[in-house]
Design a protein around this ligand. Structure first.
Ligand code: UD1
Length: 427
């Protein structure tokens, strides 16, 4: 186990480059299962979750050649991949559930262990299951596995999602592209990562209408071909750097990002007093004053992303004034607030709402990361807390941020990764 030692007081200044999005690349890796042969993904981040998904694909009979230094990953899929995803991998990463759709489509059957994943509240799979049943699969829960069977193949159907779930939209898309006939997914999620997987599937030969809208129309084809595909830039990592600039009253240029994917986030930062500038290959955020408090409401895209909610709570914790932050996606996302209050933040939660009263100063203390974004938020808080903040359980942060400490140091922060003496070391 490792922890980060963060010394507060630095103003972050300089340039960072973001790579491909974790939340896209994992699904693109699953989509590779839909075609026999070698699919190559580029701009692949060097993070733990990519390794876990690579291992899962290997167990399904694929060859995975991952070159993190080149940000490239090649997946060679056999004619008949396996169809069982085991608990030891699925429990480490909830996103493993995204192999369900492609495996049923490709093999006519899939046994995927029920996931664990982030500690951010209960996340149902009811829409994944109901959608697959609409497509003609029989889905059962057997011995901790979701078992889906469609021996005669899937057939196109009309699907209405109760909520624009990212994971359900992706799973059903990947199932529908090889189904017999036309599938319409209504109330589909339209995150940039959904657009990314649609583009990759199109490159493989899929027929998809309405890309980027909340109604996707998929005309099933018999066969897909492997492709070379570049992963969409990670808007959540880019947004974390944007927030870091505002929180530390710094000046950060983020390269390789698409500002349009962060319109609402950058607008919030501008409202809080930051200077925001869109560039040809990214954006710049500079702050020369104490931030003003800004209200935030998380919603599916194009609403404010829940994955940037902790970072905005931290901004409000040091801002001038009080703000209401409303979380509409994951009820337990406020769990990290308990840790933040250890640094002296004044945050009161009540159900979906957090009332944050800005304080002039936070003060360093030991805290624990409970999920990826909470971990990133706590590091940002440590940057503006007086003295030292020790963030433990940083394996959560490593799941989503490629070279986080190195980038922080390059921007002028005093942050170090070190063994955590409070946890037994391996070996
Ligand atoms: C993905 C992202 C996650 C992000 C989230 C919302 C990945 C690996 N993770 O998660 O970082 O925070 O989108 O942008 O891409 N739900 C149901 N039934 C279902 C499916 C979902 O009730 O069948 C609920 C969940 O409990 C949750 C909400 O819908 O409250 C959002 O879930 P969803 O959009 O599916 O998020 P994920 O795909 O799990």
């Amino acid at each position: 186990m490792e922890r980060f030692r963060v010394v507060g007081g630095a103003r972050l200044d300089g340039e960072v480059r973001v790579t491909g999005a974790k939340n896209s690349v994992l699904k693109l890796m699953a989509a590779a299962l839909l075609a026999e042969g070698t699919t190559t993904l580029t701009e692949v981040p060097h993070i733990l979750d990519v390794e876990i998904m690579g291992e899962l694909l290997r167990r399904l009979g694929c060859t995975v050649d991952y070159r993190p230094e080149e940000r490239r990953l090649a997946i060679t899929v056999p004619e008949r991949p396996g169809h069982q995803a085991d608990y030891d991998l699925v429990r480490r990463m909830r996103a493993s559930i995204c192999v369900l759709g492609p495996l049923v489509a490709r093999c006519g059957e899939a046994d995927v262990a029920l996931p664990g994943g982030d500690n951010i509240g209960s996340r149902g799979l009811d829409m994944h299951v109901a959608g697959l049943e609409r497509l003609g699969a029989v889905v059962e829960n057997e011995h901790g596995y979701l078992v889906a069977r469609a021996p005669q193949g899937l057939r196109g159907a009309q699907i209405w999602l109760d909520f624009p779930s990212v994971g359900a939209t992706e799973n059903l898309l990947m199932a529908a592209v090889l189904a017999d006939g036309t599938t319409v997914i209504d109330n589909a999620a339209r995150e940039p990562e959904i657009v990314d997987i649609c583009r990759m599937l199109e490159g493989m030969g899929a027929k998809i209408g309405g890309i980027g809208s909340s109604t996707l129309e998929v005309v099933g084809v018999d066969r897909l071909e492997p492709v070379v595909h570049e992963t969409v830039p990670d808007r959540i990592v880019a947004g974390t750097w944007a927030a870091a600039a505002a929180i530390t009253r710094g000046d950060i240029t983020v390269r390789g990002a698409r500002p349009h994917d962060l319109d609402i986030v950058l607008d919030k930062l501008a409202t809080s007093g930051a200077h925001v500038e869109a560039l040809a290959d990214g954006f710049r955020v500079a702050m020369d004053r104490r931030p003003r408090a800004v209200d935030v409401v998380t919603l599916p895209y194009p609403g404010f992303p829940t994955d940037l909610q902790p970072q905005l709570i931290v901004l409000n914790a040091v801002a001038d004034g009080a703000a209401m932050v409303t979380e509409n996606l994951f009820e337990a996302r406020f769990r990290f607030v308990n840790e933040l209050t250890r640094l002296g933040a004044d945050v009161r939660t009540d159900g979906h709402h957090a009332l944050v009263r800005g304080k002039e100063h936070l003060s360093g203390a030991p805290v624990e990361a409970s999920d990826i974004r909470a971990g990133a938020g706590l590091v940002l808080a440590g940057l503006v807390a007086e003295g030292e903040t020790l963030v433990s359980q940083v394996h959560h942060i490593d799941r989503g941020y490629d070279g986080f400490v190195e980038s922080l140091v390059a921007l002028g922060a005093d942050v170090r990764r070190e063994p955590d003496p409070d946890y037994p070391q391996e070996g």
